[in-house]
Each structure stands twice: as C-alpha cells, then as structure tokens.
Design a protein around this ligand. Structure first.
Ligand SMILES: Cc1cc2nc3c(=O)[nH]c(=O)nc-3n(C[C@H](O)[C@H](O)[C@H](O)COP(=O)(O)OP(=O)(O)OC[C@H]3O[C@@H](n4cnc5c(N)ncnc54)[C@H](O)[C@@H]3O)c2cc1C
Length: 418
C-alpha cells in the first residue's frame, strides 16, 4: 500500500507521522516543492526579532529524522498534476519531470500569501512572511532597515509589528478597514490597537494601498491618503489555498478551501496551524480504517500576544450577528484574573456573546495581561458543548487566591446573562 502526500509542513507531516505509526509497513512518499519540512510557521514573527534565535528551533523534525522512521521525503519536487482515475501524479524538480503512482493520495498543500498587484509591486524590498525561507530572508534584510511598513493588520501583521518594535524599528501599519483584527468586534480590536499604538506602532486605518515608489528598491509606500518612507515592506493581507494545480483533476472542491463551521451554516475559511495538525492526524486515522474519527470543524478560536497582553476570541461575535442576523446579545465585564487581595492581580476585559432566547453561549472575546489563554479555552469548550449561561455559572472551576477569584471572571459574566 502506497500513500503519496503533497506538501510537507503541518498537515502533510502530521499525516505522514501518524500513518507510519498506525501502519508501519505502508510506503509513504512526501512531495514538497520547497526545501523545508515540518516547521512551526507560527513562531516566525518571534524568530525575526531573535526571541527565537535559531532557525533550527522552528523545525519539529528534519528530513533525516523522517527518513529514519521510514518515510520517503522528496524535497524540491513540485506536484504539477493529479490523475485520480489512473491514481498517478506528475511532478517536476530542478532537472526533470516524472510520474508516480499511489493507492491513497493526501493533498496538504497549504496556502500562499496574497500579493496585491499595485503599482511597482515588483520592486525589491517587499516581502511576505509565509514560509521558513521568507522568515530567514526577512531576518537578514531587517538588520539594515530602520523604517518598516506592514500592509494588513491581521494576526500576522499584528505579531510582526510587535516584533519590529522589539527590534527598535519605526513601524507603519496600513489597513484598509476601520479596525485591526477583522474577526473581532471593533471595541475589542480597538483595545489591541491601543496597546500596539502605545508601544509605538503607527497604525493607519482606512487607508488603501495604491502602490510603491523607488528605483529598483522600495523607498516609499503610497496609500490613498499619504506616502510613507520605508526601507522594507512586509505584506500580510491574507492567504489563498494552493489548489490551482488541481484545476483539471476532476476533483470537486469547496470554492474557497473552507472548513465546516460548527456554529454557522456555511463553511468558513480559517487557515490555522491548529486545524492543519488535527486534520493531518484525522486523515491518517481514516485511511487506516478508523472512520468514526472526523474533523469536528472550527468555531473561530484564536489567540495572539500583543506586547505584554493576550488577545483572544472563540465562537461568534456581534459582528457575525450584524452580518447574519443571529439573535445574539452580549455582556461586557472587567474582572481580576485572581483574588484582588493576593498580590499581582490584573484586570481581564471579557465579552460573552449569547443567544437571546436560549441563553446558550455563542462567543467570547478577551484582552488581559494574565489568565486569558486558559479562559478562552474554557470558553471554546463551553461553546462546543452548547452550554448555557447557567451551566457556565455553575461549573465547578478550581479556585485558589493566587490563580483566580472565588467567582471566576467568566462566571461573573455568565451571572450577568442569567
Ligand atoms: C507568520 C505566521 C504565523 C502564524 N501563527 C499561527 C498561530 O499562532 N496559530 C495558528 O494556529 N496558526 C498560525 N499560522 C498558520 C499556520 O502556520 C498554517 O495554518 C499552517 O502552516 C498550515 O499548514 P499546512 O501544512 O496546511 O500548509 P503550509 O504550511 O502552507 O504547507 C504546505 C506545503 O505544501 C507545499 N506545496 C504547495 N503546493 C505544492 C505542490 N504542488 N507540490 C509540492 N508541494 C507543494 C508548500 O511548499 C508548503 O511547504 C501562522 C502562519 C504564519 C505564516
């Protein structure tokens, strides 16, 4: 039995490793068009500023380690076509083209950064941050850069902005919409924006990128409002699925490469590492006959560090409510992360979103210095389990003064809903 896997990062290598453990005799061949495997892209913003010093620290397992476990890895091999009827793929590398045969095929080709074709977009000095090669290149060019522009105020843009501040750069962040972090309610996004601005990031909302200027190398970014002098531009305006090579394969595809959403009727495009890893494992289990296991879908959980703060969300927002008329309401509370009389307590801002009639909790957003990460994951569980405000208020959460108040901030919010 032979499985070909296309793509050698989070989803592909999770699938390869799990398959080999479940079925050691299976022949597994991974085709990866780049040269890096199984790396943690999520750590790359921190690699730029040297918080993570070594490139090798981002790599979970090397090609040699995979091959020692019996997985064949063909780096520098791009798959250019698949032929499901014949069960073959075609590939090319630097010197030749070829055909390979499979019994099972896993497509784990991830996504590529969107590059906006504005004026002079081919100038040198404009980079994405999507692959480990991008991160290594950027780290080098940033050494001589003073002024950095980041296009896009999503997760990657925000994380990169923080790290540019750690590196002492002047940072301009340009964002088309009227808020940073599009999936959040504006009032929570504004909190994250304020933290970055207080750290020195110059955030320009409602400015559309028009083009770049420079002779060979970018020297300024032009928006519909202003021109900013820059040495380096980092574009972070989203990604699109790497599925163009499947165009003539006859496979049926969801239009935007989206996942099922547990709380919404339509699938959602939420391309995160947590899903890639889980899906890789699920696919391997299913190929080995464990058909009871399925990917549960997404609910829109995410978390990011913004300077000393943690910003996180899960489930639905009031923005979703406005867009889709979902009969949702919300409460906002601010409460200390642990007992006020124990030193070091700090406030957490919490928004819980709930169904007006049933009081089932549908979403949560939080900003705070401490105690956000564990609470957002409690809320992801609460929402996945369709718990009501009463269920949450009555949960037997552990209590001790150094860790949390006797009424956890989540339960304070739940009590307000009741
Ligand atoms: C800067 C940054 C920070 C991030 N932070 C987080 C985070 O904090 N939390 C989180 O959950 N997610 C985060 N993510 C997202 C996460 O890294 C991605 O969702 C994850 O890498 C997706 O894994 P993947 O295996 O599906 O795809 P990818 O990592 O994109 O890998 C796909 C691989 O397939 C290869 N490939 C594509 N086409 C072909 C072909 N035709 N033939 C052969 N090979 C091909 C590509 O070269 C690539 O190496 C971050 C991403 C970035 C860039």
């Amino acid at each position: 039995m032979k499985t070909i896997i296309i793509g050698g990062v989070a989803a592909g290598m999770s699938a390869a490793s799990k398959l080999k453990r479940l079925d050691p005799k299976r022949d597994i061949v991974v085709y990866e068009k780049g040269h890096d495997l199984s790396y943690g892209a999520c750590g790359m913003p921190y690699f730029l500023s040297n918080i993570i010093e070594k490139e090798a620290s981002l790599v979970a397992r090397t090609k040699d380690q995979f091959e020692a476990s019996g997985i064949t890895v063909k780096t520098g091999h791009e798959v250019i076509g698949i032929f499901p009827k014949e069960k073959t793929i075609t590939f090319k590398n630097e010197t030749s083209e070829g055909v390979d045969h499979y019994d099972d095929l896993i497509i784990a080709t991830g996504a590529s950064p969107v590059h906006i074709p504005v004026n002079n977009h081919t100038l040198k000095g404009i980079y994405p941050l999507n692959s480990l090669r991008d991160a290594v290149t950027l780290k080098e060019v940033l050494k001589d850069a003073k002024n950095v522009a980041i296009i896009g105020a999503g997760f990657i843009g925000m994380e990169v902005a923080e790290n540019m501040i750690h590196m002492g750069k002047t940072v301009h962040m340009i964002e088309l919409s009227n808020q940073v972090l599009a999936p959040y309610d504006k009032v929570y996004a504004d909190k994250a924006q304020k933290i970055l601005e207080e750290a020195g990031v110059l955030i320009h909302l409602e400015e559309g990128l028009q083009g770049y200027q420079g002779e060979g190398h970018v020297t300024s970014v032009v928006t519909d409002k202003k021109t900013y002098s820059v040495d380096v531009v980092i574009e972070a305006v989203g990604v699109k699925p790497n599925t163009a090579f499947l165009k003539d394969s006859g496979l049926s595809m969801i239009p935007n490469g989206a996942y099922p959403h547990q709380l919404l009727k339509d699938p959602a495009f939420v391309p995160l590492g947590t899903h890639a890893n889980k899906l890789g494992r699920v696919i391997a289990e299913r190929l080995c006959g464990n058909l009871e296991l399925a990917f549960q879908g997404v609910i829109g959980s995410n978390i990011l560090k913004v300077m000393d703060y943690t910003v996180a969300k899960t489930g639905l927002t009031m923005k979703d409510n406005e867009r889709l008329s979902l009969n949702l309401a919300y409460v906002d509370v601010t409460a200390k992360d642990h007992a006020g009389y124990y030193p070091g307590a700090t406030p957490i801002d919490i928004r819980l979103v709930y169904d007006k009639d049933s009081k089932v909790i549908k979403g949560a957003q939080m900003v705070g210095l401490k105690g956000v990460a564990n609470r957002i994951n409690i809320m992801a569980t609460v929402i996945s389990q369709k718990m009501t405000a009463s269920d949450l208020a009555g949960l037997d959460l552990a209590y001790s003064p150094p860790f949390q108040p006797v009424w956890d901030p989540l339960q304070v919010a739940a009590n307000q809903i009741k």
